[in-house]
Design a protein around this ligand. Structure first.
Ligand code: AMP
Length: 123
């Protein structure tokens, strides 16, 4: 299990040290706009607890945190109006996943056709 670095940028957002454009805040989760949006809707949903990725979160988060987080993700899709036309939820993890910020986050992308998920990769 990877250890949590409390100096990561989302930890600083959670501590109020860096501003964010909040879309939704719940007891255990925060959703805010990505600073470099890649689609008309690009929101990041994070748990407030110190979890690096889904493996860490699923192993150590309480049931209340897990339920809150899943519902926050769905609520962001509803608030952003992407439920009907569709969206993509992505969570990058680790080196192969090219995770830049080591605090669990789900990207909610939508507002236009997003194309196929991955470019065909050479093996
Ligand atoms: P990932 O590569 O999955 O770790 O994605 C990290 C995301 O965080 C990128 O899409 C960045 O644009 C976004 N990001 C980095 N700093 C900030 C910030 N201060 N506020 C909002 N989004 C940010």
């Amino acid at each position: 299990m990877r250890s949590y670095d409390d100096q990561n940028i989302f930890a600083k957002i959670l501590r109020g040290q860096i501003p964010n454009q909040t879309v939704l805040e719940t007891d255990h989760s925060l959703a805010f706009r990505d600073i470099q949006p890649q689609a008309p809707v690009h929101v990041l949903v994070i748990p407030k607890g110190p979890y690096v990725d889904f493996a860490h979160f699923s192993a150590e988060a309480s049931e209340a945190e897990v339920i809150d987080y899943m519902r926050a993700i769905a609520e962001v899709c509803r608030l952003e109006g992407v439920e009907e036309d569709g969206f993509r939820a992505i969570s990058n993890a680790g080196q192969n996943g090219v995770q830049e910020v080591p605090h669990l986050h789900v990207h909610i992308l939508g507002g236009r056709p997003l194309g196929r998920m991955l470019q065909p990769a050479s093996a």
